[in-house]
Design a protein around this ligand. Structure first.
Ligand SMILES: Nc1ncnc2c1ncn2[C@@H]1O[C@H](COP(=O)(O)OP(=O)(O)OP(=O)(O)O)[C@@H](O)[C@H]1O
Length: 749
């Protein structure tokens, strides 16, 4: 590569950064102006403040693309040259000439898809490697020099990875503990997923390390770019398996300049609580079964009570009796109304008050002397009796989802009534203390309960009152603004005043409405606070782990079914997780979903992929392991550990390598080992989706034995390493790993 070409690229990159700097300065100035003017009337201040927030977000997006602003160049056969970057830039000239093309724009696509066989008009693809703002290397692929290839070469040219040098540099770099973006080296099969149509359900199935997570995140960025208007307002939701995983990926989208996304675990999808309490895998599996739907429905019906003996309502001098028959009639009527539980309570109340009125009339000697007005008064008095509410609360309590579940799980009697089809052992799994925290598996149940119960009327009334009050204040304020605006006008024409005030009122309402929508929370924040928010698109990572109940919750949040589900059935660890995409999706979309496979493994070198493939073969003899994109230089090995000191020494030695190190342990050993703190000690569930330079998998036989999905767990444990993998065991090495070189005599890395 001649120096002049590097210089030329440097000149271009310098121009692009200068343009970026200018845009930043402009945006910062406009934001500061908006902030300085955010005073004066309430309305104007709110509008300027929201402008300032918007400009602040734009500024953050411009700052985010600093690293690797420009990473590619396409030379087309027609002589055009396109530079590809992390955002689109136009020159500051009259024509706004395109300078840098956003990687998501259609014109950038050939950068990811062109091959020697399908050139898409590309003559040469160039990868630019930069360090800060300096161009340090160029890698070219000449796509027009393969005309004379024979058949064999053609096959190779088709399957070759694009931008090989840049890709290899990316996949062999030391890990930082945070996932990074891959815009410069997205591969063709990944690009197809990233740019797939947003409509309908797309399932991305791929083995460990095939870039499912990376692709899911870049797809979110692509969809936001392509459908900005709709998706920024409706929000893209990305669901991950646990908070540590979300921390691992949370930087990727901001680094691509995208913030209109909500990242959440299932445990965070019920507003007002974060469900992080632990429970057994068996209890979580049970709660994820579709049978829980009936359990919840019965638990609600169980709260619609009929006493066996008459109840008494203290009223005037002598209590009024309320017979079981009257209670049953009232309950059946309320149930027959078809209203949700909380909404049906007023119907029950009306019936109960009617029955009590009848008792009262009977006590005072019949209806002969009473007219309708008297009866209404009696009913009013009954309703005003404080004990009536207590009585109604026993017969048909207003319930929040939290209260329904707490009182259900806290009471074996209630569990038995609601879950007659479960075995005694299963029912025991559901039982727990009332002060037990919420677990992730509770969240779909809370959501389902909210659907069954409907809004608590008291809650609804107070929310409505609050909203009415705010609206009144907004109207008053808007009217004031208009009064001032129109104050100077003369309105003493005949009839003119009336006309004008009607006009004012309409405008005041519209103004108030506009003010109401100047809510400074971002759409993602508003989505997080709203249980019934409908998302524009939902992406689920590790989707194979979702239970049937969790699927229901997500489908409710996405009636359009615009979803991307990424996962690997061979890695399913949760007992309630999926073993077939068709079975999991059937209830919601039938067979109307598309499958996109990913086949190349970018994480583990071929040496490490080999024993993992052996485990996969035992899991599913028909499955094809992903093809490792590179060879490493270190074979994985096993060692029998004499004692915990030997383990400690091995782990300490492992932490001396650059990058990150993890010890993956059976659940039973978690928290029981004293190891070098530089090594992350994780169970398989915790390590899922993550990767490390060096991995020690400990006691694989115990990992296998701990769960009915033991083989899947072992598969996950063997596929986390980017460079070095060793297996340590105290007693037994599973047969499936017996072929690994045994280094018990000299267990060094
Ligand atoms: N095109 C690419 N260019 C550079 N790096 C890539 C590319 N594709 C994937 N990678 C890297 O490979 C590693 C594995 O990717 P990722 O974690 O997305 O895989 P996965 O399919 O989600 O794996 P798992 O099933 O284990 O969760 C990551 O470090 C990712 O950045």
């Amino acid at each position: 590569m001649s120096m002049t070409e590097l210089d030329q690229e440097q000149r271009f990159v310098t121009t692009a950064y200068a343009r970026l700097d200018a845009l930043r300065a402009q945006t910062a100035m406009r934001r500061d102006q908006a902030l300085a003017q955010a005073t004066g009337s309430h309305q104007a201040a709110a509008e300027r403040e929201s402008t300032a927030v918007e400009l602040g977000a734009q500024l953050a997006a411009l700052d985010a693309v600093e690293q690797g602003l420009c990473f590619g160049r396409l030379d087309l056969t027609d002589g055009q040259v396109h530079h590809i970057g992390r955002l689109g830039l136009r020159a500051d000239d009259e024509d706004h000439t395109p300078l840098l093309i956003d990687w998501r724009a259609p014109a950038a696509r050939p950068f990811y898809t062109a091959t020697a066989l399908r050139r898409d008009g590309v003559r040469r693809r160039r990868h630019l490697t930069t360090s800060g703002r300096r161009v340090v290397a160029l890698h070219d692929e000449q796509l027009d020099q393969h005309e004379q290839l024979d058949r064999l070469d053609l096959v190779d040219a088709e399957s070759a990875v694009s931008g090989e040098a840049a890709l290899l540099a990316a996949v062999t770099a030391d890990r930082t503990g945070r996932m990074g973006e891959i815009v410069a080296t997205i591969q063709a099969e990944q690009d197809a997923v990233i740019r797939a149509d947003h409509r309908g359900v797309l399932v991305v199935q791929g083995g460990p390390g095939t870039g499912k997570t990376a692709v899911a995140l870049h797809r979110a960025a692509y969809l936001l770019y392509t459908h900005r208007d709709r998706l920024a307002r409706r929000v893209v939701l990305i669901v991950g398996p646990n908070p540590a995983f979300l921390r691992y990926i949370e930087q990727v989208l901001p680094s691509l300049g995208e913030t209109g996304v909500r990242l959440a675990t299932i445990g965070e999808l019920y507003p007002g609580l974060t469900a992080t309490a632990a429970e057994t895998a068996e209890a979580a599996e049970l709660k994820g079964r579709p049978a829980m739907l009936d359990v919840l429905a019965r638990a609600v019906r169980d709260r619609q009570w009929v006493p066996e003996e008459p109840l008494q309502l203290p009223f005037e001098r002598q209590p009024l009796p309320l017979t079981p028959t009257a209670c049953r009639r009232a309950r059946d009527l309320a149930r027959a109304s078809g209203e949700l539980h909380n909404a049906a309570r007023p119907l029950l109340e009306r019936e109960i008050v009617a029955a009590l009125t009848e008792q009262y009339v009977r006590r005072i000697g019949g209806t002969g002397l009473l007219d309708e007005g008297d009866l209404a008064e009696i009913r009013r008095d009954l309703r005003a009796t404080p004990e009536l509410k207590q009585l109604l609360d026993r017969l048909w309590p207003l319930l929040t989802p939290q209260r329904l579940l707490t009182e259900l799980f806290g009471d074996p009697g209630r569990i038995a009534a609601a879950a007659p089809e479960f075995t005694a052992a299963e029912r025991a799994l559901l039982h727990r203390a009332a002060d037990h925290g919420w677990t992730p598996a509770d969240v779909p149940l809370l959501d389902e309960a909210a659907e069954l119960l409907g809004a608590d009327l008291a809650e609804q009334a107070s929310a409505a009152a609050r909203e009415a009050d705010e609206q009144r204040q907004r109207l008053e304020y808007a009217q004031e603004v208009l009064d001032i605006a129109y104050g100077s006008r003369s309105v003493d024409l005949d009839g003119g005043e009336e006309l004008l005030s009607a006009f004012d009122l309409v405008d005041a309402e519209r103004l108030a409405e506009r003010h109401r929508t100047s809510d400074l929370r971002s759409p993602a924040e508003r989505a997080a606070a709203d249980r019934t928010w409908v998302y524009g698109h939902i992406i689920v990572d590790e989707a194979q782990e979702l239970s049937a109940m969790a699927w229901r919750l997500l489908m409710r949040r996405c009636p359009s079914r615009s979803m991307t589900l990424v996962g690997d059935l061979a890695q399913t660890g949760d007992r309630g997780g999926a073993s077939s995409w068709q079975r999991a999706l059937e209830p919601y979309v039938g067979t109307r979903w598309r499958l996109a496979p990913l086949t190349v493994n970018y994480r583990t070198p071929s040496e490490i992929a080999r024993p993992a493939a052996e485990v996969l073969r035992q899991l599913d003899s028909a499955a094809t392991p992903p093809r490792a994109v590179r060879d490493g230089d270190i074979e994985p090995w096993s060692t029998l550990l004499a004692d915990s000191a030997a383990l400690g020494a091995l782990v300490t030695a492992a932490t001396r390598f650059p990058g990150r190190c993890a010890v993956i342990v059976p659940r039973a050993l978690r928290g029981k080992l004293r190891l070098d703190p530089r090594a992350a000690v994780l169970t398989v569930a915790e390590a899922k989706g993550l990767e490390f330079d060096t991995v020690l998998t400990l006691e694989p036989a115990a990992i296998l034995a701990e769960s009915p999905r033991g083989l899947s767990d072992l598969y996950v444990a063997l596929t986390r390493a980017t460079k070095r993998l060793a297996i340590g065991y105290f007693t037994e090495l599973p047969e499936v790993l017996a072929d690994l070189p045994d280094r018990t005599a000299a267990p060094h890395w």
